[in-house]
Structure formats: structure tokens, C-alpha cells
Design a protein around this ligand. Sequence first.
Ligand SMILES: *Cc1c(COP(=O)(O)O)cnc(C)c1O
Length: 393
Amino acid sequence: MIRKTRLFTPGPTPLLPAAQFAMAAADIHHRTPEFRALFTKVLSQLKDFVGTSNDVILLSSSGSGAMEAAVSNLTSPGDRVLVVTAGKFGERWVGLGKAFGCHVDVVSAPYGQTVSLDEVKAALKPDTTAVFVQATESSTGVRHDVKGIAELLKAEKSGALLIVDAITGLGTTHLDMDAWGVDVLIGGSQKAVMMPPGLSYLAVSQRAWDRMETSKNPRYYFDLRKERKNAAKGESAYTPPVSLIAALGASLDYIAGQADGDLKAGRTKLVDNAETCAAMTRAAAEALGLKLFAPKGYEAAAATAILPPEGVDSGVIVKGLKSKFAAIVTDGQGEMKGSLFRIAHIGFFDYLDTIAIIGALEQVAVAAKLPLPALEFGKGLIAAQKVFAERVK
Ligand SMILES: *Cc1c(COP(=O)(O)O)cnc(C)c1O
């Protein structure tokens, strides 16, 4: 049979055709009125997409560049910072904090779990200057309680900034940066905004801008204050990836178009979409007798992490989906390789994509004779159909 290559990965995610066309057409110089109009429009749209009145800074880098910028712009050598981690991306915060000379306290949970607020409270010190966390830990499919952590910092009257890697959280989970008091919220282009890698963005609170006046870690290319000054004039400090910025504008137009041009409402729809795809996938996996990695209530809608049956390497499923259907799902990252596989729902996924990957998973499971007593064609699909019918009227 013909096999169409399809990504079911939590970044890069499938590309929006309108974004691809916009990239191809973006033959403009970056020191012109045309570019300034585009850049100003995209920065304003990003505020609505993030859901904040704070300024949003756009950087030419993958998501990790914005994570590094948050650390370099907001900390000083010797600062005591707290990282909440339960996966590969949380560990990246630890590495970044150490690279910039911070004293890094870590509150961690095993892969597949999240930390309790009591543990965060116990780890928070009077001299903690910043708390770093993921909204959703893409390596395990687990959502952290960002709102709870924000409330805890307020209740403790902590002076620590709250810095959230929402690179797979934006567009898949409801976040209210301003109301909760999040200081930095980070996103990346190859995730919910349905375009290629290469751009990252950060929404930055007034408290965080104030911190930059005294923070001492070195920064040059990723100097957020310099970018903010230039952005006020419709420009970036250095040559920006113009084509990617055009693509981002097209994607944000598309998301707004889902709700009659209202980008904030469109973002809510995008989150609901991911949640429905995720709920269908979870129901299907469980109906087939597969176990989910994330605890109930803390599943990330960005991606569903599914455990293979005992004694089976998840690579069997990952490779089966690829060779039989050209469907790309991700295995576990690092030491989780072989012990789980992840199906993404972040960005440009719909009902048909979700039904298709569940059908393909059934085919691979039956062909590989996975040791699942409940395994039977259609069981996963029926469960997913019911979830869809219940959620989408
Ligand atoms: C994708 C991702 C990142 C960024 O990774 P890059 O490869 O630098 O884009 C960071 N955090 C999370 C949670 C992610 O999913």
C-alpha cells in the first residue's frame, strides 16, 4: 500500500500548509517597513496566543535557546534556584542553571510522575531567586501543576521568579500567566504553532524585567532587554529568520480563524482539540489493555506516553508503525528508550489523524501478537469513537 509519512511526534509537529506557503513567499528584507509591519503584527498576536498583556520576545533559536535566555538574563552566579523536574526537559533546567553558575536545588519525581506541592514547599528557601519548571514534561507525557506552584510562591511570599517552559504546554493546556503570576512563559515554533523549528519566544513579566536590571550572568546574543528595545521599533537586534516569522503569522491567523478571528478563543479551541485527541488516545490504549505512563489527572494533552506490554520493547511498536504505515511516533528519551512510546496531539492534529493512528496501532499490535488479553481489532477505535461523541457535539 501507499504510505504517507505522518508525524505523530511532540516536536517537530505536522506543518500547517498555510505556514509553508507563507515561508516560501517571504522574500522581504528585515530593515524595511514591510518587515516591521509583519514583526509588529506577529508579536502582538503572540501576546494573545500566550494569553498575556506582558511583552513577548521572539528569538532565533529552538526552544532551548529561550530556556538559556531565561537563565542567563534572570540569574547571577551563586544564585540559589529551584528546579522542579521529572523528566529529560526538567533535567535541561538543571544543566542550564549549573552552566550559569547557580546553586541548583532540585525537587524531583520519578519519570512518569509529578512532584507534590508539599515537596516544592519544603525545597523552597527564603533565598531562592527563581523556580524553573515545565508546564508539560514532553519526555513522559506528564503535566505539572503550574497554577499550584504559582499559588504556593504567592502564599509563601517568595521573591522567586516563576519561569515555565511551556514549549509543549502552550496550545495544549490552559495557562493563565498574568492571573497566576507566572514571570516567564516560554514557547517554541515546532510545537503548537504548526511550523518548522527555529523560533522560540518568551513572555516576560514586569518583575522579570526588573530582575534583569541587577542580574549579572553574561548574555549577548540572547539579551532580552536589547531585543525588547528593538521590538518596540518593529525590528529584531540581529537578522531574524524572516520566513519563519511569516510562517508564524500565518499559523496564528489560522488559529484565530478557528474562532472567527479571535485569537484568544482560537487558542482555547486548540487546547480543547489537543485534549480531545489525547482523551481518545488514552481511552483506546486502555481498551486495548495498554497502560498509560502519566498518573490520572496529570496527563499532558501534548502527548500520550503509553507503556508496552510487560517484556515487550516499545521499539517493536515504534518500528512497526513506521515500517507498516510511515507513522512516526517517538520512543522513550534517554534511559526511557524501549520502555514507552509517545503519540503527540500538539498542534495540527485532528479527529481523522487520531482515529488513523489508533487503527494503525491495532494493526501493529495484532501483527506483533502483543501479549494483551484484551487485544482485538476495533476495541481501541470503539473507545475513541465514544470519547469523541461525548466531547464534541
Ligand atoms: C521541545 C521541547 C523543548 C525544546 O527543545 P528544542 O529541541 O530546543 O526545541 C523544551 N522543553 C520541552 C518541554 C519540549 O517539549
